[in-house]
Design a protein around this ligand. Structure first.
Ligand code: PRP
Length: 176
Protein backbone atom coordinates (compact mmCIF):
# COMPACT_ATOMS: atom_id res chain seq x y z
CA UNK A 1 0.00 0.00 0.00
CA UNK A 2 1.39 3.41 -0.99
CA UNK A 3 1.75 5.79 1.95
CA UNK A 4 0.34 9.27 1.55
CA UNK A 5 3.68 10.90 2.39
CA UNK A 6 5.46 9.08 -0.45
CA UNK A 7 5.54 10.44 -3.99
CA UNK A 8 6.97 8.11 -6.60
CA UNK A 9 9.60 9.82 -8.73
CA UNK A 10 11.21 6.80 -10.44
CA UNK A 11 8.88 3.85 -10.88
CA UNK A 12 9.87 0.20 -11.13
CA UNK A 13 9.61 0.15 -14.91
CA UNK A 14 11.86 3.17 -15.38
CA UNK A 15 14.39 1.66 -12.97
CA UNK A 16 14.61 -1.54 -14.98
CA UNK A 17 14.95 0.28 -18.31
CA UNK A 18 17.80 2.45 -17.02
CA UNK A 19 19.55 -0.47 -15.30
CA UNK A 20 19.45 -2.47 -18.55
CA UNK A 21 21.08 0.52 -20.30
CA UNK A 22 23.77 0.74 -17.62
CA UNK A 23 24.36 -3.00 -17.90
CA UNK A 24 24.90 -2.69 -21.66
CA UNK A 25 27.39 0.17 -21.30
CA UNK A 26 29.27 -1.59 -18.49
CA UNK A 27 29.35 -4.82 -20.52
CA UNK A 28 30.99 -3.01 -23.44
CA UNK A 29 33.50 -1.19 -21.22
CA UNK A 30 34.52 -4.30 -19.28
CA UNK A 31 34.75 -6.81 -22.12
CA UNK A 32 38.00 -8.77 -21.65
CA UNK A 33 38.62 -7.25 -18.23
CA UNK A 34 38.65 -8.80 -14.77
CA UNK A 35 35.47 -7.24 -13.37
CA UNK A 36 34.73 -7.29 -9.66
CA UNK A 37 31.43 -5.63 -8.78
CA UNK A 38 31.65 -4.38 -5.20
CA UNK A 39 28.35 -3.36 -3.65
CA UNK A 40 28.14 -0.96 -0.71
CA UNK A 41 25.67 -2.28 1.85
CA UNK A 42 23.02 -1.88 2.78
CA UNK A 43 21.48 0.56 0.35
CA UNK A 44 22.92 -0.89 -2.86
CA UNK A 45 21.71 -4.46 -2.38
CA UNK A 46 18.63 -4.30 -4.62
CA UNK A 47 20.26 -2.18 -7.33
CA UNK A 48 23.28 -4.49 -7.27
CA UNK A 49 21.08 -7.57 -7.74
CA UNK A 50 19.42 -6.09 -10.82
CA UNK A 51 22.61 -4.52 -12.20
CA UNK A 52 24.71 -7.71 -12.19
CA UNK A 53 21.92 -9.51 -14.06
CA UNK A 54 22.03 -6.77 -16.71
CA UNK A 55 25.80 -7.12 -17.20
CA UNK A 56 26.65 -9.62 -19.90
CA UNK A 57 30.38 -10.12 -19.30
CA UNK A 58 31.90 -12.48 -16.69
CA UNK A 59 32.19 -10.93 -13.26
CA UNK A 60 32.81 -11.65 -9.62
CA UNK A 61 30.86 -9.85 -6.94
CA UNK A 62 31.33 -8.97 -3.33
CA UNK A 63 29.95 -6.57 -0.74
CA UNK A 64 31.37 -4.10 1.73
CA UNK A 65 29.76 -2.11 4.50
CA UNK A 66 30.81 1.25 5.86
CA UNK A 67 29.79 3.55 8.67
CA UNK A 68 30.13 7.28 8.61
CA UNK A 69 29.99 9.50 11.60
CA UNK A 70 28.46 12.94 11.49
CA UNK A 71 25.85 15.23 12.90
CA UNK A 72 22.25 14.24 12.25
CA UNK A 73 21.74 12.87 8.77
CA UNK A 74 24.87 14.40 7.26
CA UNK A 75 28.13 12.55 6.88
CA UNK A 76 31.37 13.88 8.40
CA UNK A 77 33.55 12.01 5.95
CA UNK A 78 34.97 9.97 8.79
CA UNK A 79 34.40 6.53 7.33
CA UNK A 80 34.90 3.18 9.03
CA UNK A 81 35.03 0.02 6.93
CA UNK A 82 32.77 -2.29 8.94
CA UNK A 83 33.01 -5.17 6.51
CA UNK A 84 35.85 -5.55 4.00
CA UNK A 85 35.79 -7.47 0.70
CA UNK A 86 36.37 -11.21 1.00
CA UNK A 87 37.94 -11.30 -2.48
CA UNK A 88 41.51 -10.11 -3.11
CA UNK A 89 41.35 -6.97 -5.26
CA UNK A 90 44.79 -7.44 -6.82
CA UNK A 91 44.52 -7.40 -10.60
CA UNK A 92 40.77 -6.76 -10.55
CA UNK A 93 38.83 -4.04 -12.30
CA UNK A 94 36.72 -2.90 -9.37
CA UNK A 95 33.31 -1.33 -9.93
CA UNK A 96 31.95 0.20 -6.73
CA UNK A 97 28.15 0.12 -6.69
CA UNK A 98 26.25 2.67 -4.61
CA UNK A 99 22.55 3.38 -4.33
CA UNK A 100 23.17 7.10 -3.85
CA UNK A 101 25.98 9.64 -3.85
CA UNK A 102 24.96 12.56 -1.68
CA UNK A 103 27.79 14.61 -0.10
CA UNK A 104 30.26 12.41 -2.01
CA UNK A 105 32.32 11.81 1.13
CA UNK A 106 31.64 8.06 1.32
CA UNK A 107 32.38 7.24 -2.31
CA UNK A 108 35.50 9.41 -2.39
CA UNK A 109 36.80 7.65 0.70
CA UNK A 110 36.06 4.27 -0.92
CA UNK A 111 37.79 5.25 -4.19
CA UNK A 112 40.87 6.36 -2.26
CA UNK A 113 40.85 3.29 -0.03
CA UNK A 114 40.48 0.70 -2.78
CA UNK A 115 42.82 2.41 -5.23
CA UNK A 116 45.71 1.45 -2.92
CA UNK A 117 44.96 -2.27 -2.89
CA UNK A 118 46.47 -3.44 -6.15
CA UNK A 119 43.34 -3.16 -8.31
CA UNK A 120 43.81 -2.53 -12.05
CA UNK A 121 41.12 0.13 -11.93
CA UNK A 122 38.46 1.50 -9.59
CA UNK A 123 35.28 3.02 -11.02
CA UNK A 124 31.89 4.02 -9.62
CA UNK A 125 28.35 3.10 -10.59
CA UNK A 126 25.67 4.94 -8.61
CA UNK A 127 21.96 4.60 -9.15
CA UNK A 128 21.31 8.15 -7.95
CA UNK A 129 23.53 11.21 -8.14
CA UNK A 130 21.96 13.68 -5.73
CA UNK A 131 23.42 17.14 -5.98
CA UNK A 132 21.76 18.87 -3.05
CA UNK A 133 24.44 18.29 -0.41
CA UNK A 134 27.51 17.61 -2.54
CA UNK A 135 30.72 18.49 -0.71
CA UNK A 136 33.26 16.79 -2.97
CA UNK A 137 33.13 16.97 -6.79
CA UNK A 138 33.31 13.19 -7.24
CA UNK A 139 33.27 11.63 -10.68
CA UNK A 140 30.54 9.01 -11.14
CA UNK A 141 31.47 6.82 -14.09
CA UNK A 142 28.02 5.23 -14.49
CA UNK A 143 25.00 7.11 -13.16
CA UNK A 144 21.40 5.95 -13.21
CA UNK A 145 19.54 9.15 -12.42
CA UNK A 146 20.40 12.67 -11.37
CA UNK A 147 17.94 13.86 -8.73
CA UNK A 148 18.50 17.37 -7.48
CA UNK A 149 16.88 17.26 -4.07
CA UNK A 150 14.53 15.70 -1.58
CA UNK A 151 14.68 12.80 0.86
CA UNK A 152 14.57 9.59 -1.16
CA UNK A 153 13.39 6.15 -0.07
CA UNK A 154 12.67 2.81 -1.68
CA UNK A 155 14.59 0.35 -3.87
CA UNK A 156 17.19 -0.06 -1.11
CA UNK A 157 17.08 3.49 0.24
CA UNK A 158 15.83 3.87 3.78
CA UNK A 159 14.68 6.23 6.47
CA UNK A 160 15.54 4.67 9.83
CA UNK A 161 15.65 1.25 8.10
CA UNK A 162 12.11 1.59 6.72
CA UNK A 163 11.06 1.64 3.04
CA UNK A 164 14.05 -0.27 1.61
CA UNK A 165 11.80 -2.97 0.15
CA UNK A 166 9.60 -0.65 -1.92
CA UNK A 167 9.95 -1.34 -5.66
CA UNK A 168 10.07 2.34 -6.71
CA UNK A 169 12.05 5.37 -5.58
CA UNK A 170 9.95 8.00 -3.84
CA UNK A 171 10.30 11.36 -2.24
CA UNK A 172 9.45 11.10 1.44
CA UNK A 173 7.53 14.19 2.35
CA UNK A 174 7.47 15.39 5.97
CA UNK A 175 4.31 14.38 7.82
CA UNK A 176 1.90 17.31 8.20
C1 PRP B 1 24.17 6.02 2.13
C2 PRP B 1 24.55 5.53 0.74
C3 PRP B 1 26.01 5.89 0.65
C4 PRP B 1 26.11 7.12 1.50
C5 PRP B 1 26.11 8.33 0.62
O1 PRP B 1 24.47 5.03 3.06
O2 PRP B 1 24.33 4.16 0.58
O3 PRP B 1 26.85 4.86 1.14
O4 PRP B 1 24.95 7.17 2.35
O5 PRP B 1 26.20 9.50 1.38
P1 PRP B 1 27.36 10.56 1.18
O6 PRP B 1 27.57 10.75 -0.31
O7 PRP B 1 26.81 11.78 1.86
O8 PRP B 1 28.60 10.05 1.85
P2 PRP B 1 23.92 5.04 4.54
O9 PRP B 1 24.98 5.59 5.45
O10 PRP B 1 22.58 5.71 4.58
O11 PRP B 1 23.79 3.51 4.89
P3 PRP B 1 22.87 2.38 4.18
O12 PRP B 1 23.43 2.16 2.78
O13 PRP B 1 23.05 1.19 5.06
O14 PRP B 1 21.46 2.88 4.14
Amino acid sequence: MQEKNLKIIVDAGALQIRIKELGQIISEDYAGKNLLVLGVLKGAFIFMADLVRAIEVPLALDFIQVSSYGKGSSSSGEIILKSAPTIDLAGRDVLLVEDIVDSGLTIQWLINHFSCQGANSVKVCALIDKGERRVLPVHIDYCGFYIAQGFLVGYGLDMNEQYRSLPAISHLRPSP
